[in-house]
Design a protein around this ligand. Structure first.
Ligand code: HEC
Length: 153
């Protein structure tokens, strides 16, 4: 990588000089700054895992999902049925798929008038209908749905 090094050299030299000058002007601390840190470009942030989507929350959501009413319309493991869309593949219909949006959809359900694909004939009840999910359960369910829906768009 000689060409990269030679292109970076003036910047590194400048950074080192500036650091040295700053250290002198405060006349105290040791100038122990790594020059290459100044030249490294910021990497783009990876898609953030929501803080709430802990492995424990996802595991709890998984067992709630598997034992509850969701499978009747969204299928085992969220693969979808004629009554509800896949939560694993395909386009989002109600929102863009953020954790917060998933929490809202599970909390409020999807009333008939809000159904986008009208081949889905039955509305989705709030809080899983008879499951009557508590707020913490809704959040665990949303963490699970978030975790299985990373391929959706
Ligand atoms: C009676 C069938 C039914 C049940 C039961 C049901 N849903 Fe739904 N769900 C739907 C329908 C219908 C939609 C909206 C699809 C559309 O707009 O065409 C939907 C939408 C969603 C969405 C948004 C999907 C998107 O593409 O935007 C999520 C997330 C979701 N449901 C999760 C759940 C969870 C979790 C449960 C269990 C607590 C559940 N659903 C139970 C029918 C159901």
């Amino acid at each position: 990588m000689p060409s990269t090094r030679s292109r970076l050299l003036p910047l590194v030299t400048f950074a080192a000089t500036a650091t040295f000058a700053a250290a002198c002007s405060t006349a105290a601390t040791t100038p122990s700054v790594a020059p290459q840190a100044a030249a490294a470009p910021a990497a783009p942030a990876p898609p953030a895992r929501p803080a709430e989507a802990t492995p424990a929350a996802i595991a709890e959501g998984d067992s709630l999902y598997a034992s509850g009413s969701c499978t009747r319309c969204h299928g085992a493991k969220g693969i979808g049925t004629a009554r509800g869309p896949s939560l694993v593949t395909g386009p989002w219909l109600q929102h863009r798929g953020s954790y917060a949006e998933i929490v809202t959809t599970i909390t409020n359900g999807v009333p008939r008038a809000a159904i986008k694909d009208t081949t889905h004939r039955f509305p989705m009840n709030a809080r899983g209908g008879p499951m009557n999910l508590t707020d913490p359960q809704v959040k665990s369910m949303a963490a699970y749905v978030w975790s299985i829906s990373r391929e959706k768009r």
